[in-house]
Every structure is written in structure tokens, then in C-alpha cells.
Ligand binder design. Structure first.
Ligand SMILES: [Zn+2]
Length: 254
């Protein structure tokens, strides 16, 4: 079985001392590629270095809406260069539920990144909470990104439908193992097989089976198992579909 973890944060302090082991474990779990996403300009070089050092790692460059003080704005001119070896622009997006930065500033930081993705023809890795309409608005105003995913998608099946019309897909991780949301199952059934991908968001959002621990990409197996149960499709078949989607969207070579 070949799996791709399309969203994790290997730059995290949590992996500073054990990344070799974490990656070896994920390889044993069947993960053959991971996309690590930077969250602010200080991580861009770190992410790129990880991708150079480990053949199984690819990276995304971007500024996350939780880490976008105004000083970030002038730094966005360096994004095209930072993304020169990247498979995506990310993690970028809008978060109406955070108190950290006003949505207006988040939009100001998001828009040039959307334009960079368009200029470089790179897919995006999107974080979006409570601001799907604002995001649709920005797509209407500036044009949609050239493909990509919403990671940890929390919207409705109807919203998923709208974003699929823009050519976007969706990755889900630990939340699948909560097995508690009818809405999520409806979304999952709507986006499977061609618009569903697997992620871990490691070191965050561990599956219930690993609650209380630092999440690692090897835990993707729990997410796969939960997705297979919810879809009532064999895990091998789900693995194949999600890996195929990852290869297509991020132009990966496994
Ligand atoms: Zn993330």
C-alpha cells in the first residue's frame, strides 16, 4: 500500500530531535511521500532544506492566517523565490475563528499568495475556518487558484460542491477518527473518490487512537481506516484513490 500525507508540519519543534525516526516509522506505515507546509517566512528555508534532505519529503511555502502580522506583507515579495522548489503554495488561508489577526489583514496576506500560486501555476494548500464565503469572494475577484486542496475541510457538502467546481479537492485527517459527524460523512461521500486526500497535520490533531500523544505521519493509517469504515470501501481501495489524487494534484513522482 502506498500512502501520501499531503499535509503535515515537519518543521515543528516537536520533531527536532527525532525526525529520522518519525520518517522511518511513516515509511513502515506505507507513507511514500509527505508534503510539509511552512506557516511563516522564517520557515521557508527550513521546509526547502527538509525536502532536499529527504527524498520522501516535498514542501509547500506560504503564510498561515494564524501567523500573519502586518510585517509579513513586505516579505511576501520573496515568496516566488521561496517556492521555486515547492509543490504547492501553503499553508495559506482565512480563519474567522481565530482572535490572532483580523480577517481583513488575513485577506490582505492571502491575496498576493493566491496570485503567486497563479503566476507559478502551483496548487494551494488551504486552511479555512468560518470564512468560506470570503474565500469564494476572493476567487471571484482574483480568479481561483490553479488547483489544490482544503486541508481539514470543515464546510458543508454544498460548499464542497462549489469548491469542486473551481477544481479544488479536500484532505481530511484525525477528524475522521472522531466518527461523530453526519455532515462529515456526507462530505466524504461527496468528495470520494476523485477529490479526497489523506493528511495527518502532524504534530497536531492526533487520531483518537493516539490521543494525548504527538501526532506523527505514521498515524495516517488510523485516518485511512476511519475513512474506509465511513465510506464502506476497502482500505486498500481508498489508499489507492487518495494517492492517485495526490499524484495528480501535486504532480508528485513516487
Ligand atoms: Zn496545518
Amino acid at each position: 500500500m502506498r500512502l501520501v500525507d499531503v499535509h503535515c508540519h515537519l518543521e515543528s519543534e516537536a520533531f527536532r530531535d527525532n525526525l529520522d525516526d518519525v520518517l522511518a516509522m511513516s515509511r513502515r506505515a506505507g507513507v511514500c511521500k509527505l508534503i510539509t507546509a511552512s506557516t511563516d517566512p522564517s520557515q521557508w528555508a527550513v521546509s526547502a532544506a527538509l525536502a532536499r534532505r529527504y527524498a520522501m519529503v516535498e514542501y509547500a511555502a506560504g503564510v498561515h492566517p494564524w501567523y500573519c502580522p502586518e510585517e509579513t506583507l513586505p516579505q511576501l515579495s520573496r515568496l516566488p523565490e521561496a517556492a521555486s522548489g515547492a509543490v504547492a503554495i501553503g499553508e495559506i488561508g482565512l480563519d474567522a475563528k481565530t482572535q490572532r489577526f483580523p480577517l481583513a489583514l488575513q485577506m490582505e496576506v492571502f491575496t498576493p499568495q493566491l496570485k503567486t500560486a497563479q503566476a507559478l501555476n502551483l496548487p494551494v494548500i488551504l486552511h479555512c475556518r468560518g470564512a468560506f464565503n470570503e474565500m469564494l469572494q476572493l476567487f471571484k475577484q482574483h480568479g481561483p487558484p490553479p488547483g489544490g486542496i482544503f486541508h481539514n475541510f470543515s464546510g458543508s457538502p454544498e460548499l464542497a460542491e462549489q469548491f469542486m467546481e473551481y477544481g479544488l479537492s479536500f484532505s481530511l485527517g484525525g477528524v475522521l477518527t472522531w466518527r461523530n459527524s453526519i455532515k462529515r460523512v456526507r462530505v466524504l461521500r461527496r468528495i470520494y473518490p476523485d477529490h479526497f486526500l489523506l493528511e495527518t497535520d502532524a504534530p497536531d490533531i492526533p487520531p483518537v487512537e493516539a490521543r494525548g500523544t504527538v501526532n506523527t505521519p505514521a498515524n495516517i493509517l488510523y485516518n485511512l481506516k476511519a475513512a474506509a469504515e465511513l465510506l464502506e470501501v476497502p482500505a486498500e481501495v481508498v489508499a489507492e484513490a487518495t494517492t492517485r489524487n495526490a499524484i495528480r494534484i501535486f504532480k508528485l513522482q513516487l
